[in-house]
Every structure is written in C-alpha cells, then in structure tokens.
Design a protein around this ligand. Structure first.
Ligand code: 5CA
Length: 445
C-alpha cells in the first residue's frame, strides 16, 4: 500500500476523551472512530489488525477440531424465555421489537441460539463430540462503556460451544479450548494467564478467565509469580489426546492465579511471600463448563448407547477479539506509539523515502515494494512529499515492527537502513539483504 493513496487519518493532538494509552493511540493512529458511546467504526488500519486477530483465532480453533459457522446478531426473545435468561440478563440486554411487535434482542452471547440449532439437528451420541463456534458482533448495554474498544457496547467476540455426552468428555473440550487459547494469545505476542474466575451470567462454577497483565486492566488479580515463566511455545499437541490436553491444563493452572471474584486469602498465603503478586489484568477470554444448564430446560438431548435420552453436557468459550486490539497495545507500546507484534501487524514493513522525487531514491523504494509484494508480504510505502521527521513520527505511531529508510546518501554506498521498532536499533545493509532479513523473520512465525 502507498500511503499517498491510503486512508490513514492520523491525529496530531492527544484526544481528550481517551484515558488509557491504547484508546489514545487507536484514535491517534486513525484505527477507529467512535459513532456512539461504546460503538466504533473500524477504519482501514484498525480493521486490518482486527482481521489479523480473527485469522489467528480461526486457524487455532480449526486446528483444535472446532467447526466455524455464523449466527445472526439479532435473536428472538422466545429462545431466551425458554432458558430463563430473558428476565435474568437485565439491562445489559438491548431489547428491540420488530414491526409485528415481536420481541427481539441484539445477542450479548449465543448459548440459547446454538442450543436450538443443536436440538433441531442432533439426536444421537454418535454425532458427538461436537464443537461449533463463530466470530460475530455482540451487544451489551454496559452501564459504563469506556477505554475505547476495551469495554465497548458493540464488540466482536469469538464464541464457541461444545456438546458432549458426558461430563468427562465436556471437560476434555474445556481443556482443548484452554490449549488452543494459549497458542492463540502467544501467536498474537501476548502472555495471557488462565485464572480461576466466576461464572457470572453465563453460569457454571468451573471457569477460567485469560488475563493479560496491565496496569490499566479492569480486573484485580492475585497470582504466584512463577506462572509468568510458563510458555506454550511451538510444542506439538494432539488435541484428541485427553492426557496431553489435561497435562497442559495442569501445568498452566496448578499455581495460584485468581481474579478478585474467587480470590481466597488463606490459599494465597500458602504461596511463598516473595512470589505473591497482586496486580491488574485485562480479561481477553473466558472458558466455561456449565453441564446441562441450557440443554435441560431447552431439551437438547441425545440418545445414548443404552437407548436412553439424556441432556448433553455443554460449555462455552469466548475470546474478546475487538478487545484484544486494545489489550495488545496496552502490552506493547512506548511513548512514540504502538509496537505491533509481528503476528498481528497491519503491514509487515514500512518503507520511508527520505527524498521523494529523487529518481534514485524513488526507484529503490519501488524495487523494495515489488520485492516484498512478490514474497507475499505487505509493505506500507510512505511516498508522500513530507519531511523525514513527520514520516518517522507517523511510522512510530502506527507501530510497524520493521522500517526501511531509503535516502540518496545511503544509496550512493549501496545501502538502506533497517530499523527495528521495538529496540530502535538500526543497521545499514544492501536493499536485497534487508528484504531477505525481514522476509526471514515473517517466515519463522
Ligand atoms: N458465552 C461466553 C463465552 S462464549 C461469554 O459470553 N463469555 S464472556 O462474557 O466472558 O465474554 C467473552 C469475552 O468477550 C471476554 O473474555 C472479553 O474478552 C470479551 N468482552 C466481554 N464484554 C466485552 C465488552 N463490553 N467489550 C469488549 N469485549 C468484551
């Protein structure tokens, strides 16, 4: 993409409404624009990051054997009356009526809708296990939408639902989700720690939240510092193996880590004092096992091997896709702007032409642009006739992990400058070598 033809409405001033750094940088980098309280348009740069996060989530869910689909945003109130949640959900639910006076709602989550789909089409234990998921917009009429996309009213969520014959099978599905979530967050450059939590309006008493540690996080968390040394890394895992998934769950959940809702002072006191941490975190996902809470009242049953009709065991599993954009910025920025992890960056590399209009510099930038594109990478080429300082400031703000600076002086010596956004370190090297180095980094992801 050439910056002269892109839509990147960068703001010079700090927007006064933004209280935290991610909100400030998302507005300043032209990623989002508020349309109403807690409701945003995703401008091209923000949209690209959102799509990159979605792609990682899809890839990891499919790897775990979960099946993608799509359910609507608007739902009929009748299904929610069956589960009893139409009254229970309270004012967070946006209630609408259509022209025939039928009660509708903008879905805050999808347990009822998916249970209805399941009961309409599945009747035998032979069709289990089954996990269906989608990535769809949700609406929760939060009393205090704030911090930009972190606590929105309309937000994008991945929500997955497992259907199993027995509690044991459903717990395997739970563990599978835990593993796939660890992998997903790490691919986004994040450490998200599973912590025992509370079921809230979704229900169930077996649930973990995934928290990214950040001072601006809304949740208070208590944990054993040893947990921050754990990495999932590139290990191979067989998602069908009950033992392997269980072992990962045990590894990542055996140390003390809880949100304030489930915090237990007496248990926490057993952690050696020097390892006890009290901090804040951003909840980027939550997994639940709730047994037959929805299947029983809604009649989602299957016939088992003994020809008995039994309600299925279920769980639901969410990732805050749009919230993650903010969470990643909270975890990865400096005073100049965002620092995107390679896994989610909107463009792979920035090209800064120090002297637009100089025949040699222009040609060298065009050649770099072509080389990256031919390798399947997306460069953002700043081809505007701006001062070098302004170009650098924009690149630093939007946070591409790698920048190549091209100028007549370097070209005379046959070199360009490659700069790492995270460390600020630069090196001079031949243009082909710069391309090779950047391509190598992305090939290793
Ligand atoms: N049905 C279950 C799991 S599929 C569910 O709704 N879980 S949840 O309530 O925990 O939401 C899942 C994730 O969505 C949360 O972990 C959080 O990351 C994100 N989320 C929840 N509320 C908001 C909000 N108001 N703004 C942005 N993201 C949100």
């Amino acid at each position: 993409m050439r910056l002269s033809r892109y839509f990147l409405p960068v703001l010079k001033e700090n927007p006064s409404e933004a209280q935290i750094v991610s909100h400030r940088y998302m507005l300043r980098a032209g990623m989002i624009k508020q349309s109403a309280a807690g409701i945003y348009s995703w401008l091209p740069l923000g949209y690209k990051v959102l799509k990159n996060i979605e792609k990682i989530v899809h890839e990891e869910q499919i790897r775990a054997g979960h099946i993608p689909m799509l359910m609507p945003t608007l739902q009929s109130a009748d299904l929610w009356r069956e589960s009893g949640r139409y009254d229970d959900y309270g004012q967070e639910m946006l209630r609408i009526s259509d022209r025939h006076g039928r009660d509708m709602l903008y879905g805050p989550t999808n347990e009822e809708l998916i249970t209805d789909i399941f009961r309409s089409h599945v009747g035998s234990y032979k069709d289990l296990p089954l996990t269906l998921y989608h990535i769809q917009w949700k609406f929760r009429d939060e009393i205090r939408p704030r911090f930009g996309v972190m606590r929105g009213r309309e937000f994008l969520m991945k929500d997955g639902y497992n259907f199993d014959l027995t509690k044991e099978d459903a717990l395997h599905a739970y563990n599978r989700h835990l593993v796939s979530y660890l992998r997903s967050y790490e691919r986004m450059g994040l450490q998200a720690i599973p912590m025992r939590a509370d079921g809230g309006p979704i229900g169930g008493d077996y649930t973990h939240e995934f928290l990214v540690l950040a001072e601006t996080g809304e949740s208070e968390v208590f944990y054993d510092s040893e947990i921050t040394d754990l990495k999932f890394g590139n290990r191979e895992i067989d998602y069908d193996s009950v033992e392997q998934c269980q072992a990962v769950l045990e590894e990542f959940t055996s140390r003390y880590a809880r949100t304030d809702e489930t915090h237990d002072e007496a248990l926490f006191a057993q952690v050696p004092e020097e390892r006890r941490r009290v901090a804040r975190g951003i909840e980027v996902g939550q997994i639940f096992y709730f047994g037959t809470k929805y299947s029983e009242p809604m009649g989602a049953t299957v016939v088992n091997e003994k020809q008995e009709r039994v309600p299925v065991h279920m769980g639901s599993h969410g990732i805050g896709v749009s919230r993650l954009v903010g969470a990643i910025i909270e975890a990865s920025h400096d005073d100049k702007g965002i620092i995107w992890p390679e896994g989610v960056t909107p463009f792979h590399v920035g090209i800064v032409n120090l002297k637009q209009g100089d025949a040699e510099a222009d040609a060298a930038c065009e050649a770099l642009y072509k080389s990256f594109t031919a390798l399947g990478l997306e460069p953002l080429y700043d081809d505007r006739s701006e001062r070098a300082g302004a170009k650098f400031a924009t690149m630093d703000l939007i946070g591409l992990p790698w920048r190549i600076t091209v100028g007549p002086r370097g070209l005379k010596n046959g070199v360009v400058e490659l700069t790492c956004r995270r460390t600020g370190e630069s090196e001079e090297l031949a243009p082909e070598m710069a391309v090779e180095k950047v391509a190598g980094i992305y090939a290793g992801l």
